[in-house]
Write a protein that binds this ligand. Structure first.
Ligand code: 13P
Length: 254
């Protein structure tokens, strides 16, 4: 079955609102007519202006994190409904930096995912192993645990909204990607985990994208892998020319 390619820029803690609109205006003509879906995950304060600017150019704007509660006395936190009203259509959950630096657990990520679905934000679930887990041969064990715990209790009808991002932690900001074979094997395993939970038909529809030192040179080969349905790009997405080259390099593959 053919799945569209999805290219998600994750800006992390870079770019003010003004920088974001300049970026989108610069990017728009360069990706006009391209077939891939383009998403940009921006800082919270940038969502409203980026969404207004991106509306006419077919680029989706989203957030990089959210709280699992609908609302409440949680100083410094942000709720899905607030993101949605500001113009976000998706949210990245369980990014390796959230897991590693901010101590997010599988249980918390699961609650966030349920909340995102309830409040109508498309969840981008990040999964991936550490270097130690890889060296200990635990990749499948880790991926299965992360996927099964995140997707527990998700109603079957909502699984169509999900995007999974495989981001091996050792390949993030590392100037080295995982090998193409490693990526394909991991993606195929992730799809198998979804299949065990929701059946083959649903599993075949879930986009599984790769993140970890993606750039304009390696993107084509990455998205040529059977189970790689796009990329989640950090550093290389901060320059509009580089991001547009990444999008252009995916043309004609699906
Ligand atoms: P880099 O592309 O900078 O390695 O970052 C990957 C990432 O974390 C995307 O979410």
């Amino acid at each position: 079955m053919s799945r569209d390619l999805i290219i998600i820029a994750n800006w992390k803690m870079y770019k003010t609102a003004r920088e974001a609109t300049d970026f989108i205006e610069h990017l728009a003509p360069k990706i006009e007519g391209c077939k891939s879906k383009v998403f940009i995950a921006v800082p919270f304060t940038t969502i409203a202006s980026a969404a207004a600017c991106a509306k006419h150019v077919g680029v989706a704007i989203g957030a990089q994190n959210m709280n699992d509660a609908r609302e409440g006395a949680f100083t410094g936190e942000i709720a899905a409904l607030m993101l949605k009203e500001a113009g976000a259509s998706f949210v990245i959950l369980g990014h390796p930096e959230r897991r590693q630096i901010f101590g997010e657990t599988d249980e918390l990520i699961h609650r966030k995912l349920l909340r995102a679905i309830q409040d109508d934000l498309q969840p981008i679930l990040c999964v991936g192993e550490t270097l130690v887990e890889r060296e200990e041969g635990k990749i499948h064990e880790v991926l299965k645990k992360q996927i099964v715990s995140a997707l527990a209790d998700v109603p079957e009808k909502d699984i169509d909204k999900l995007i999974i991002a495989y981001e091996p932690i050792w390949a993030v900001s590392a100037r080295q990607t995982a090998s193409f074979k490693h990526v394909q094997d991991a993606h195929s395993f992730c799809r198998k985990c979804v299949e065990e939970l929701f059946g083959k038909r649903k599993a075949n529809r879930v986009p599984i994208i790769y993140g970890g030192s993606v750039n304009a040179n390696n993107v084509k080969e990455l998205v040529s892998q059977k189970d790689v349905d796009g990329v989640l790009v950090g550093g290389a997405s901060l320059d509009p020319d580089t991001l547009s080259t990444i999008v252009q390099n995916c043309e004609g593959i699906r």
